[in-house]
Design a protein around this ligand. Structure first.
Ligand SMILES: [Zn+2]
Length: 725
């Protein structure tokens, strides 16, 4: 199933999306069920699938992929002088100075729209997961029920011949239901039914922590219903956007044709689907508007929601989803629901049926036969991201397994691939970073004492999760078998929807994870005030216990600092130490914060990665604040770690220089223009080059480490330097 929640790299379960992550290794939402703003949605991380196959255990120029074994004899080096381009001066462009050599010799693998150290590690983890899944597949007598599920799920996905013969037949019951829709009551029931399957339809509905009562889970209704990556794709009027909408219509036409419609009729239907989705898009908030947690918190009685949407009968909706009326709920975007009500009431039943068919096949395309898979790839990967070649089946099935039953797969993965000593070493690092950030808060020149005290209280209350959950998800109620692949995916999605809805009205379970253990990413979740580091990222080049402190602090140290800073970015700062949306700032300190975050917006808005296309400084401000703060705090922690130790040069560089070089090399990447454009439109993270050059040009420590004069492009003038955390 196309994933319902989309996360980006080193993120936050941010207030507005889901997690604030370090960096978007994951694709931004393509199939849009917009994750509920302000709702933590666990799991279901979309696969921006994997890098190219291994060639040899020695680092190769193309992918520099190394084989993955529990011993890991060939870890990616945390810092490698061969990646540098010393013809570029650190004063001019530090990203290229640190990474230019690697960039010059590294083509983008055809399976990728972007390729960098995150993807290299994802690819390495893929090999581990492949091994784990194949072993489970062969153990047909497995007594561990989770291993059996992994084996059966993977086996069903690898049955290529059966999947081809079956074509769309496994969807027959669902398609028949849609054929049977006769009137508006049936339309409402079908919307509800598709929601129980996890399929996009009109709006989103799930559970989530009550932002103002962090102990309880409440129902959450939020905008959604789209098939393009964001509402702006429907509303922009430039030529590129118009062309893309034409291509979307062609894609929807082809998918409906594959379901058996005549091409001409399918073409007409696709146009109507675009018009239908456009009216939803027009009622939707922009990604920037979704960043405001206060604006997206509108708790009301269900009777008030009913008054907003007079034509949509919520009692019938709850009945169909087998939910008791929750009594009250958060309606993320009330204006959207007013708009959706109009769309609901005015759209003819026949168009609804086409819309349902389209989203059903869209959600399940990746688990159907090759004609569906390829058409889906052509639009969502090639057209939207520039990816040239689909990944081999096993990688796609591993990604699907991770998305559907990720904690079952992850349990097997960590047993073989996560050394327990990593956890202890990480805890040390986190504590050092925490103490560096505490020092920094205490000496902040712009914050008053009362706010400092509250900030320190919040920092001390951070929960730290490392590696994998203490309590694994219980999949015993989920049926997985070696029958049709797509039905396994649908059942897993139904299970997940049910698991989420079942939380409504219950206390928050603070032990849950929002990412699966093999994920190469990390996040801060403001609602639980926690920082989370899955096992997948706790490996070289980010984290290498055998490497010197400088490069570890520049790698995983900066990642930890980034996630901690999310607790104090433009969104995270609005939540208190237990995760309540509550203003703990004095007005004076809040005003000073806003002045400084405004400077971050301004700085990044000036960057122009493609001609005429700038970084969206508003959309990316939280991540940029976290990047700037992360590297600063990690540097301070390194200074503490180095105190009293002999400071030796390695590879001709001081520890301070290696710190910044290691940091820059984490972000090495090559990217297709299509992917860059998509991310500039949708991704809350800045492009890699600016994730390096942005924070470093604000850093006096960086300037000092490389002895740069004041008039360098990499050195912002003192009055323009941003300094928050
Ligand atoms: Zn982040």
């Amino acid at each position: 199933m196309r994933n319902r929640t989309c996360l980006t790299l080193l993120g936050v379960l941010t207030a507005a999306t889901a997690l604030a992550q370090t960096e978007p290794q994951k694709s931004p939402p393509l199939a849009t069920v917009t994750p509920p703003p302000n709702v933590q949605t666990a799991g279901k991380v979309p696969a921006e699938k994997s890098p190219p196959p291994l060639t040899s255990p020695v680092a190769q120029t193309q992918g520099e992929i190394t084989t993955s074994t529990p011993e890991d004899k060939n870890p990616l080096p945390p810092f490698d002088t061969a990646n540098m381009d010393t013809s570029v001066k650190p004063c001019d462009d530090f990203f290229l100075y640190a990474n230019g050599g690697w960039i010059k010799r590294t083509p983008i693998p055809p399976e990728y729209s972007r390729w960098g150290s995150f993807n290299q590690l994802i690819e390495k983890n893929n090999d581990a997961l492949h091994h784990v899944a194949e072993r489970a597949e062969k153990e047909t007598t497995a007594t561990d029920p989770d291993a059996k599920k992994v084996g059966d799920y993977y086996a069903s996905g690898m049955e290529e011949a059966k999947i081809e013969v079956a074509h769309a037949r496994p969807l027959a019951d669902e398609l028949k239901r849609i054929d049977g829709v006769k009137d508006r009551n049936d339309v409402l029931k079908e919307i509800a039914h598709l929601h129980t399957l996890g399929v996009t339809s009109l709006f989103g509905f799930t559970s989530g922590q009550d932002d103002k009562n962090s102990t309880m889970v409440i129902a959450q209704a939020y905008q959604g219903g789209l098939g393009l990556p964001d509402r702006d794709y429907y509303t922009k009027t430039d030529d590129d956007s118009k062309k893309l909408r034409d291509q979307y219509v062609q894609h929807v036409t082809k998918m409906l044709t594959l379901l058996g419609e005549e091409p001409k009729a399918a073409g007409e239907h696709a146009k109507k689907i675009l018009a239908f989705e456009t009216s939803l898009a027009q009622a939707s908030r922009t990604k920037v508007e979704l960043r405001d947690p206060q604006k997206n918190y509108n708790k009301m009685k269900t009777s008030a929601l009913q008054a907003l949407t007079p034509d949509f009968k919520w009692d019938a909706y709850f009945k169909e989803t087998k939910l008791p009326d929750p009594g009250e709920l958060n309606v993320g975007q009330p204006d959207f629901f007013k708009g959706a009500n109009k769309v609901f009431a005015s759209t003819p039943t026949d168009i609804w049926k086409e819309y349902f068919r389209w989203h059903l096949v869209h959600a399940t395309a990746e688990e159907l036969s090759a004609d569906f898979v390829n058409e889906n790839f052509n639009f969502y990967e090639t057209t939207l991201r520039g990816t040239k070649q689909i990944k081999p089946r096993w990688k796609r099935v591993v990604a699907s397994t991770d998305s559907s039953i990720g904690e079952a797969l992850g349990k097997l993965y960590v047993a073989d691939y996560f050394p327990p000593e990593s956890k202890a070493r990480m805890l040390d690092l986190v504590n050092n970073l925490r103490s560096a950030l505490a020092d920094r808060i205490k000496t902040l020149e712009w914050m008053d004492d009362a706010t400092k005290e509250a900030a320190l209280k919040k920092l001390a209350a951070f929960t730290v999760k490392i590696g994998y959950p203490d309590k694994w998800r219980d999949y015993s109620a989920l049926q997985i078998d070696r029958g049709p692949f797509v039905l396994n995916a649908i059942r897993a999605s139904i299970f997940d929807v049910h698991r989420e809805l079942n939380k409504i009205g219950k206390p928050v379970d603070r032990s849950e994870w929002g990412m699966t253990p093999p994920t190469v990413n990390a996040y801060y979740n403001p609602k639980l005030n926690e920082i989370v580091f899955p096992a997948g990222i706790l490996q070289p080049p980010f984290f290498n216990p055998k490497a010197d402190d400088a490069v570890n602090y520049g790698g995983i140290g900066a990642v930890i600092g980034h996630e901690m800073t999310h607790g104090f970015d433009d969104q995270g700062r609005q939540f208190d130490e237990v995760g309540n949306l509550r203003d703990w700032w004095t007005p004076e300190s809040a005003a000073k914060f806003k002045e400084r975050s405004g400077a971050v917006v301004k700085q990044y808005s000036e960057y122009e990665p493609l001609p005429g296309l700038h970084v969206n400084g508003e959309l990316t401000q939280g991540e940029n604040i976290a990047d700037i703060g992360g590297v600063k705090i990690a540097y301070a922690a390194l200074q503490k770690a180095l105190a009293g130790k002999p400071q030796e040069k390695i590879d001709g560089f001081t520890p301070e220089q290696r710190f910044f070089l290691g940091f820059a090399q984490i972000w090495r990447s090559v990217q297709r223009d299509e992917d860059l454009k998509l991310r500039l439109n949708t991704d809350p993270h800045s492009p890699a080059r600016y994730r390096v050059n942005g924070p470093l040009s604000d850093s006096v420590e960086f300037q000092k480490a490389f002895n740069l004069p004041d008039n360098c492009p990499m050195v912002r003038q003192a009055d323009k330097k941003v300094n928050i955390w």
